[in-house]
Design a protein. Structure first.
Length: 211
């Protein structure tokens, strides 16, 4: 039996990531039609891997398939946002409680270091977004529940469709930073119930700003 050579990453996965980033950067606007022929020509590929990539994004909620009309970048409704933030609040507040109880001192220092970087990035929106996400992902990694991690990853992709709107509101970056400060303080005090409460408040305020 001959050996099968596998590529490190399937073509459709690479295309999915390219499209994902274009959606997050608003190069493909919410509600816009995805022109398969144009994109296939742009990337120099057939429409088969492109369609597979679109299926991946549809499964993540970033793309909506419409019968006989094709694929569109998902438009996030107020209900969508409310449901996503509600679930993220439950999942990430639970993770915060776990971290407060179980994290090593070294792991807590990692979170403190990321928060310190966040404090310094308050005037750089893109950097603030990036470090903020790293903080939340590190918190989840320390809590160490792969099922929760997968659910949060998918929900955060949908949340990103609206993230610029939420943090562009006047004063929201500063408010978000203050909320992070309160979460970190509770984690450092190893107060699980307070860490959970502060994380829930963070998401509640985030939803209010995003709506």
């Amino acid at each position: 039996m001959s050996a099968v050579t596998l590529t490190p990453r399937a073509l459709y996965e690479e295309v999915a990531e390219l499209l994902r980033q274009r959606i997050f950067r608003r190069e493909l606007e919410p509600g816009s039609w995805i022109d398969e022929m144009k994109l296939a020509q742009e990337y120099g590929i057939s429409r088969t891997p492109l369609r597979e990539a679109i299926k991946v994004l549809a499964a993540e909620g970033l793309v909506t398939m419409k019968v006989r009309r094709g694929a569109y970048v998902t438009e996030v409704s107020e209900r969508d946002l409310s449901e996503v933030y509600h679930l993220l609040s439950l999942l990430e507040s639970d993770a915060a409680g776990v971290v407060a109880q179980r994290a090593t001192d070294a792991q807590l220092k990692e979170l403190q270091s990321l928060h310190d970087k966040l404090e310094k990035a308050v005037d750089d929106r893109e950097k603030f977004f990036e470090i903020n996400e790293r903080f939340h992902m590190k918190l989840l990694a320390i809590a160490d529940n792969r099922w929760r991690d997968q659910m949060v990853a998918d929900l955060r992709k949908v949340m990103k469709l609206n993230r610029h709107n939420s943090l562009l509101k006047a004063g929201r970056v500063e408010e978000s930073l203050a909320e992070h400060r309160a979460v970190v303080a509770a984690l450092m005090a190893r107060n699980a119930s307070l860490a959970m409460q502060r994380m829930q408040e963070h998401f509640a305020n985030g939803l209010e700003a995003a709506a």
